[in-house]
Design a protein around this ligand. Structure first.
Ligand SMILES: Cc1ncc(COP(=O)(O)O)c(C=O)c1O
Length: 381
């Protein structure tokens, strides 16, 4: 896979190693966004069918990315919305404990914490090991060991959002299924850049904000809900999710039933004429690139950095337990985080700080030069 920087408009003098914060906009996504914005100048061009048609294409494309039917996909405004939709519909009779991993992103954490408090369930956090040796392997082991017949659900991210720890989703999904626990995942930090398969991993809900690795605009995301959720209660009652929504002249012939599959979990006004075409354009580009190619491009690109870090007293997770598009590294004691951040700032190298880790994330718009600049800066320190 070749570098794709020409498809973006990042300024030449910056080194953007921070897609985990927000992806830059593809040129093609920007263009379709502008065209779509202008459509409303003259509303006669927007037909009732347009409230639904774009959504069907988008859901089908997201389904191709994660291996599910379009019918089981909902369009959501934020990860929090999708996670709350799933968590609010968890069964109450399949166990008394909900599992999360330490420092889970707040969008999922608050929802499961609330559910536990409301339903008198125990929230159990599986902490990352203190010791760094074999940290990822041991963390995975303790997650698997914690799942038992008393587990109602496991709510976690596909990879850890602060440091890119890879979780063995297949093994966790299997253990959940064996114990009748629902497996709810926040895919925001990996779906689009790391392959995932909801069938193979026995996932019950997979929720993704769209503005990071799905490379879309802000305020739109996508979620897969397994058939388990098909009769659940949505967060809101919007007319667009009812089975008669496409018949604009008969909307007040009120009906009880919803659009099939996960249709009830779409956000109100989900047919957003600007955001949907943008999101769809981005996902079509990802489908063309293929997530596995993005992952291997990032692996190759960052290999010299990984070697440098390991050879110079920095800590970085072992390869088998580290995503290649997003990972954290810890500084040796003689380098202060403050000094490093100041240097990076001077050189226009963009990364994130999450806890003690420096979080670095790469994509097809990054070049060897970006990585060389980072190594050079670390070397100087
Ligand atoms: C793992 C993860 N989930 C979700 C989000 C965004 O959540 P929301 O869409 O609810 O704002 C982020 C943003 O950094 C994230 O890292």
């Amino acid at each position: 896979m070749k570098n794709q920087k020409h498809l973006f408009q990042l300024p030449e003098d910056i080194h953007y190693l921070n897609g985990a914060y927000m992806s830059p906009l593809l040129r093609s996504v920007e263009e379709i966004g502008i065209e779509s914005l202008i459509l409303k100048r003259n509303p006669t061009g927007i037909q009732p069918k347009d409230f639904f048609g774009n959504a069907e294409i988008l859901k089908s494309n997201f389904g191709k990315l994660v291996n599910c039917p379009a019918k089981q996909v909902a369009i959501i405004p934020a990860a929090s919305y999708g996670l709350s939709s799933a968590i609010n519909n968890l069964p109450l009779d399949n166990g008394n404990t909900a599992l999360v991993v330490s420092e889970e992103f707040p969008s999922g954490y608050y929802a499961i914490e609330k559910w536990c408090n409301k339903n008198h369930k125990t929230l159990q956090t599986i902490k990352a090991p203190e010791a760094l040796e074999k940290r990822g392997e041991k963390w995975n082991q303790s997650i698997l060991e914690a799942i038992n017949e008393n587990t109602a659900t496991v709510v976690m991210s596909t990879i850890h959002w602060t440091d890119g720890t890879l979780f063995d989703l297949k093994a966790i999904g299997r253990k959940c299924r064996e114990n009748n626990a629902l497996f709810i995942l926040d895919g925001t930090q990996s779906v689009g850049a790391l392959p995932i398969d909801v069938e193979e991993f026995q996932i019950d809900a997979l929720v993704c904000a769209g503005y990071k690795w799905l490379m879309g605009p802000y305020s739109i995301g996508l979620a897969y809900f397994s058939e388990f959720f098909n009769n659940g209660i949505p967060l809101e009652e919007t007319w667009v999710n009812r089975s008669n929504a496409q018949n604009f002249s008969g909307l007040t012939n009120y009906v009880e039933d919803y659009a099939p599959g996960a249709g009830r979990y779409n956000v109100g006004e989900y047919g957003n004429f600007i955001l949907l075409p943008m999101m769809n354009e981005a996902i079509e580009q990802i489908l063309e690139w293929k997530s596995e190619n993005i992952q291997s491009y990032c692996q190759q690109l960052t290999q010299p950095l990984i070697e440098f870090l390991r050879g110079n007293g920095f800590w970085v997770e072992e390869d088998d337990f580290r995503a290649k598009h997003l990972f954290g590294f810890l500084l040796p004691p003689n380098i202060s985080q403050e000094t490093l951040l100041q240097k990076l700032n001077e050189k226009k190298i963009y990364v994130s700080v999450r806890g003690k880790a420096i979080r670095l994330s790469t994509h097809l718009y990054n070049t060897e030069k970006d990585i060389e600049m980072l190594i050079q800066t670390l070397e100087e320190l």
